[in-house]
Ligand binder design. Structure first.
Ligand code: GLU
Length: 355
């Protein structure tokens, strides 16, 4: 039986249309989720149980819990660690930095999202901001409620983190943190509340943007040096120098400062009262450990404002470094990396002025 030409023509046209539609199908960005644990992967016995175990849920379960991710990106996951972020350490930082740099160097990866506990999110994100060598987006996220909780905040935070990592407009803005519909710079974000879902703030510096179910609105680009432009790196990638943070308070004794140096700290960050201050005996101990080769940075326990040189402490005479905008946790991360380059307080001050 002869097939009428009209039918063959129509069939051909349909095939052509189908193949051209296929050819034009938008390519989804390739995003890798690196999971480290935290409450976002936490599990409780019931949706209202306040007690839970951090990092109990694996990355594939996290991804499968947000099926809409498939609409915005081609997502794969890797488990880097399964810890509450109170246990975050140099080893995991180095592993994360290495893997992030490897993935970002590949033309097959458009961006990275990292799931993390909220307790030390501000430190890990800033550490990565200093050592990731790429303009491609790196976006950390976490959650305040475990994955099994009523109104868990994790799924939308993961969705937003992936949508930001897939957004070309996120490129060149340094490492970002997506939480509670907000986009923060790693340089500025701090945790301000023990349990509130709206715990994160970027203080006076303000947000980088907002994330509205995948539609991102961008306000600014961070002013400090970061990622591809950063001169800092993880060195041989095997270890980082020990830097301790010591919290200043009324009647502060010199003992912890002395003990930190005796126990091998190469750097100290004083979480000073007010503008990076401490008692006279503590300052005397600082002078002594500086003479022994320890680099001491003055930060503040206030979580706001800028610690400049030579205000009440004469840094020029004492030999201390002023942390500028960095809170104690972030100052510690920068000091660890700066010490890989130099132990000269003036050179290290220069890093604190620019990063
Ligand atoms: N300790 C937990 C952590 O940082 C709680 C904070 C959270 O993830 O929300 O992993």
């Amino acid at each position: 039986m002869k097939t009428p030409l009209r039918i063959l023509g129509a069939l051909g046209a349909t095939l052509l249309l189908a193949s051209s539609t296929f050819a034009q199908a938008p390519k989804r960005p390739k995003i890798v989720i690196l999971a480290t644990g935290g409450t976002i992967a936490g599990a409780a016995l019931s949706p209202t149980d306040p007690g839970y175990k951090s990092g109990a849920v694996g990355v594939d379960i996290l991804i499968n819990a947000v099926p809409d991710l498939k609409k915005i990106a081609d997502v794969t996951g890797e488990q880097i660690a399964s810890i509450g972020s109170q246990d975050m350490n140099d080893e995991v930082w180095l592993k994360l930095a290495k893997r992030a740099n490897e993935l970002l160097a590949s033309p097959n990866v458009d961006g990275i999202a990292i799931t993390h506990g909220t307790d030390t999110l501000e430190e890990t994100s800033y550490f990565l901001d200093l050592v990731v060598k790429s303009d491609k987006p790196v976006v950390l996220t976490g959650s305040m409620r475990p994955s099994t909780a009523m109104s868990a905040d994790g799924p939308l935070n993961i969705y937003n983190a992936v949508a930001i990592a897939a957004d070309p407009k996120a490129r060149g803005r340094g490492v970002l943190v997506a939480v509670d519909d907000d986009i923060h710079s790693a340089h500025d974000i701090v945790k301000t509340h023990t349990t509130d879902v709206a715990t994160f703030s970027s203080g006076e510096a303000g947000l980088i943007g907002v994330a509205l179910f995948g539609a991102n609105i961008w306000y600014r680009t961070p002013a400090a040096i970061h990622t591809r432009a950063s001169e800092l790196s993880v060195g041989d990638g095997k270890s980082l120098p020990r830097v301790d943070i010591i919290y200043a308070h009324a009647n502060m004794s010199p003992d912890l400062i002395t003990a930190a140096a005796q126990n091998g700290a190469k750097g100290l960050v004083i979480a000073g009262v007010g503008d990076g201050n401490m008692t006279a005996p503590a300052l005397e101990a600082v002078k002594k450990v500086i003479k022994q080769g320890v680099v001491v940075v003055r930060s503040s326990r206030t979580n706001g404002g800028i610690i400049r040189r030579n205000i009440e402490v004469n840094d020029d005479q004492v030999g201390t470094v002023a942390s500028m905008e960095l809170n104690p946790g972030k100052a510690r991360a920068l000091l660890q990396l700066a010490l890989l380059k130099s132990s000269d307080a003036k050179k290290i001050q220069d890093y604190f002025d620019r990063y």
